[in-house]
Design a protein around this ligand. Structure first.
Ligand SMILES: NC(=O)C1=CN([C@@H]2O[C@H](COP(=O)(O)OP(=O)(O)OC[C@H]3O[C@@H](n4cnc5c(N)ncnc54)[C@H](OP(=O)(O)O)[C@@H]3O)[C@@H](O)[C@H]2O)C=CC1
Ligand SMILES: O=C(O)C1=N[C@H](C(=O)O)C[C@H](O)C1
Length: 269
């Protein structure tokens, strides 16, 4: 048996789940040891490789995390907030590195991860790509250099199946802008303008979301001043960038102490 870290993928039939499974199967650094889907899903009890339209790979899809996590070293999880919380509790008991890409998590969801991180490594980020994580650093720097005469707006575009807004990435960028400006995002966030909104609040950080077609993910951080504008932009054209970041995080976590980490830690940014 190989001593490469064994990885379980949750939400195996999802857009990110399938991308991750292909990446891990092709990897020389990790092996796929489990795949989870929700109870009642058509793939449960069936061979994952065949369900994905290829050759059998011997991984039988299960709805039971206890069964899937036995013998694994990490779980990569791009699902939904409640599911992620349930996986976090079991991953902590099994001392697995839990890489969380799931977005749309509330402050309560995030707070509930803290006890799990006392027992296991959790790496969580609304965007696992190198480009976006670098962009957060640039955003922080630009926001720190400009005063509140410059309005900050985060504009994001995604495919028409996305269920949460603003995107996790937009919130990361907004958080970075708030840190640069020395304010808290929660107290200065403005989103979903519609109707007679009144003038823009000075110092606010605004969010706008576009949904359509098959857009993978596009983010602009707009700094709008008087007579000039600065736009910092990231465009994702392939979900593989998120999968590569998540696998890197799962491997990175293998020799780390329990705790909550993000992709800045993993990438050393
Ligand atoms: N951090 C990052 O870099 C990125 C984050 N994301 C985020 O990842 C998440 C998933 O995105 P995406 O793959 O596009 O979405 P999909 O809807 O394609 O996939 C989600 C998968 O999770 C499954 N799932 C949901 N609830 C459960 C559960 N309770 N138990 C087991 N499986 C469950 C879904 O099953 P079912 O279809 O039956 O509901 C589905 O297979 C989103 O939150 C998205 O924003 C996406 C890309 C990059
Ligand atoms: O749901 C998606 O697709 C994506 N979600 C993440 C987000 O909410 O920012 C990352 C990426 O933009 C794709």
């Amino acid at each position: 048996m190989s001593d490469l870290p064994g990885i379980v993928v949750t939400g195996a039939s999802g857009r990110m789940g399938q991308m991750l499974i292909r990446l891990i199967q092709d990897s020389d650094s990790a092996r796929l040891v489990g795949a989870i889907e929700r109870e009642g899903h058509a793939w449960i009890g069936r061979d994952l490789g065949e369900e994905m339209g290829g050759a059998a790979n011997g991984v039988i899809v299960t709805a039971d995390p206890l069964e899937a996590f036995a013998g694994a070293q990490a779980v990569i999880d791009f699902t939904a907030p409640e599911a992620t919380l349930a996986f976090a509790k079991i991953a902590a008991q099994a001392r697995l590195t839990h890489v969380i890409g799931t977005t749309g998590m509330s402050a309560d969801h995030i707070a509930a991860l803290a006890p799990c991180a006392r027992h296991a490594v959790i790496v969580r980020a609304g965007n696992m790509s190198l480009g976006v994580n670098l962009l957060t650093q640039l955003t922080k720097k630009v926001a720190a250099a400009l005063d509140t005469d410059w309005d900050i707006e985060v504009i994001e575009a995604h495919h028409n199946k996305k269920v949460d807004a603003p995107s996790g990435t937009a919130l990361m960028l907004g958080e970075a802008a708030a840190q640069g400006r020395g304010i808290t995002l929660a107290d200065n966030r403005e989103s979903g303008r519609d109707g007679i909104t009144g003038a823009r609040a000075k110092g606010a950080i605004g969010f706008s979301a576009i949904r359509g077609g098959d857009i993978v993910g596009e983010h602009d951080v707009l700094f709008a001043g008087q007579g000039e504008r600065i736009v910092l932009r990231h465009v994702a054209t392939d979900r593989a960038i998120f999968a590569r970041g998540a696998l890197k995080a799962a491997l990175w976590g293998q020799d780390k102490a329990p705790g909550e980490y993000d992709m800045l830690d993993v990438l050393g940014l």
